[in-house]
Design a protein around this ligand. Structure first.
Ligand SMILES: C[S@@+](CC[C@H](N)C(=O)[O-])C[C@H]1O[C@@H](n2cnc3c(N)ncnc32)[C@H](O)[C@@H]1O
Length: 222
């Protein structure tokens, strides 16, 4: 099935709120478990979360790694507001800083350049109008030997299968969320496409694999 891109930023208040209110505990717990399994030595340092959305993953990361700090980056002011609220609710404001950065359109913020011991990103790649911009951001933020984990949705073979994934995983969810999920599945990349991007960006040392019925993940050290 041909990829159908969707808009980059999630900056509509109702869209951001519906996303923040949704239950992503299963994929987000999977994300943190994958990071822990891929980097058993990781314990502390600065982590950049690219396209952090409402910051559920940053909160889970600092729960798992109490000596880590996260800079939670998003290009949508509306999402960053919700991210700051989530960090405050979890009493993690000292460990989670929010940062406005539209990746690909704005230069790398000085304090992230070559600074991150960990770089994570979930469900951002399929939003990017230029996929290469995400991989450049990963490279630009990485301190030597940085631990990288990028996960995203996987484009199904057909619109019908995409719909069945929506019905399975978002049954009873608000319509706005079901629509966004469906559009995201159609906009997602497949693992072989990601592998090609990694080769083009000279990041072929990162490994990419399917990790659920609707996700791939890519990880390694750079
Ligand atoms: C589907 S959400 C994922 C949020 C979060 N990572 C999660 O797993 O719940 C994608 C997020 O990426 C942000 N985003 C999209 N394009 C971006 C860009 N070019 N630079 C920074 N953030 C971007 C959107 O605003 C949105 O908050």
């Amino acid at each position: 099935m041909k990829r159908l891109p969707e808009p980059e930023l999630m900056d509509q208040p109702d869209q951001a709120r519906a996303y923040a209110d949704a239950d992503f505990s299963e994929p987000n717990a999977l994300f943190v478990d994958l990071f822990a399994a891929a980097f058993p030595d990781f314990a502390q340092g600065l982590v950049a979360d690219l396209g952090c959305g409402p910051a559920d993953i940053p909160v889970r990361l600092v729960d798992r790694y109490p000596r880590a700090r996260v800079i939670a980056v998003d290009g949508a002011a509306e999402m960053l507001k919700l991210a700051a609220e989530a960090a405050a609710r979890a009493d993690r404001r000292r460990q989670i800083e929010t940062l406005h950065w539209r990746i690909g359109a704005e230069p790398v913020p000085q304090r992230l350049r070559g600074a991150a011991a960990g770089i994570v990103s979930n469900s951002l790649l399929h939003h990017m109008s230029d996929a290469g911009a995400l991989w450049r951001a990963v490279r630009d933020c990485a301190a030597p030997g940085a631990a990288v984990l990028v996960m995203d949705l996987l484009r199904p073979d057909s619109p019908e299968y995409a719909q069945s994934l929506v019905d399975l995983h978002a049954a009873g969810a608000p319509e706005i969320l079901r629509r966004d999920f469906h559009n995201s599945l159609l906009a997602a990349y497949r693992p072989d496409e990601v592998a090609t991007q990694l080769r083009q960006m000279e990041l072929a040392g990162l490994k990419v694999e399917q990790v659920s019925d609707r996700h791939w993940a890519c990880w390694g050290r750079i």
